[in-house]
Write a protein that binds this ligand. Structure first.
Ligand code: F6P
Length: 320
């Protein structure tokens, strides 16, 4: 029987993490289970920075971005001795199960702790939408909203000046933020890890749009870590009739009040995590698949191929 559940947020923060903390805390308390908030991700487990959470501790956080527990990346958590120290700290505190909100690295940590006797459940929390075992991650929808709002504004000023806006969005090797933004904003081009990148092709297309089609503006949405967008903007100015301007949206995409869809997702997933722990299940991750809240073993999720985005890329191509 589970008596005390710990909860931590790990990796890059994401809007909606607070809603997950609230849902886990309140569902657990309703079932007579104590809740301990762990500060700053796995580092808090190692350093023993624990805080007892009551019902009121999670009041007024549902609409707040970031994570009230703090987050951190702790690469050393892979080490066996560090994991053992964390297990010792949890046992000392009486924590017999843990909910981890984070990315796939955080899932691996959750799996390792489960194998050491502490049942853990992973919830997918990241703006990147790059976690296997779920169609959507907590935070993606809000980040997408931010991207769309910014790109809509860039369109206004770009068409006033016959400019090409090259907009770099986050995603960490996953093109979803770029793809969904591009479709939602009617961009002229999307460049992502899935599309590949050919600079000459990009310049050729922009030359065509500016010189043959006489477009007043062009929006190019590009995933981070693909190319230097400032250098690309200069080449656009030199090689096409557009003047190029680069915008890196950066960490602004990680902040802000979560949109209702993220609040709902986090609330549903948080509830599910506690239900699983009460059933004695550990080493699972929660997801949403075809709009149903699901769970599966973390090992299975990590081995699953990502569902194909081909249809969405085809949609983009058809609408451009
Ligand atoms: O995983 C979320 C994310 O925002 C990625 O999109 C990005 O590549 C990375 O984190 C940035 O990390 P940091 O906040 O450590 O600079």
């Amino acid at each position: 029987m589970v008596r005390k559940i710990g909860i931590l947020t790990s990796g890059g923060d994401a809007p909606g993490m607070n809603a997950a903390i609230r849902a886990v805390t309140r569902t657990a308390l309703r079932n007579g289970i104590e809740v301990i908030g762990v500060h700053d991700g796995y580092r808090g487990l190692l350093e023993g920075t624990f805080e007892k959470l009551e019902r009121g501790s999670v009041s007024n956080i549902l609409d707040r971005g970031g994570t009230v527990l703090g987050s951190a990346r702790l690469p050393e958590f892979k080490e066996d001795e560090i994991q053992n120290a964390c297990v010792r700290n949890m046992s000392r505190e009486g924590i017999d199960a843990l909910v981890v909100v984070g990315g796939d690295g955080s899932y691996r940590g959750a799996l390792a702790l489960t194998k050491k006797g502490i049942n853990c459940i992973g919830l997918p929390g990241t703006i990147d939408n790059d976690i296997p075992g779920t169609d959507f991650t907590i935070g993606f929808e809000t980040a997408l909203n931010t991207c769309v709002e910014c790109v809509d504004k860039l369109r206004d000023t770009s068409s006033s000046h016959q400019r090409c806006a090259i907009v770099e969005v986050m995603g960490n090797h996953c093109g979803d933020l770029a793809l969904y933004t591009a479709i939602s904003c009617g961009a002229e081009m999307v460049i992502s890890p899935e599309t590949g990148y050919d600079e000459l092709e990009v310049l050729e297309r922009l030359r065509y749009l500016s010189e043959a089609v006489h477009k007043r503006h062009a929006l190019v949405i590009i995933s981070e870590k693909i190319t230097d967008v400032s250098a690309l903007a200069k080449k656009v100015s030199l090689n096409t009739s557009f003047s190029g301007r680069a915008t890196v949206l950066g960490h602004i995409q990680r902040g802000g009040s979560p949109v209702p869809r993220d609040r709902m997702l986090a609330s549903r997933m948080g509830e599910k995590a506690v239900d699983l722990l009460m059933e004695g299940i550990g080493g699972h991750c929660v997801g949403i698949i075809d709009n149903k809240i699901t769970s599966m073993p973390i090992e299975e999720a990590l081995e699953r191929p990502r569902s194909s985005r081909k249809r969405l890329y085809r949609l983009f191509d058809r609408l451009v």
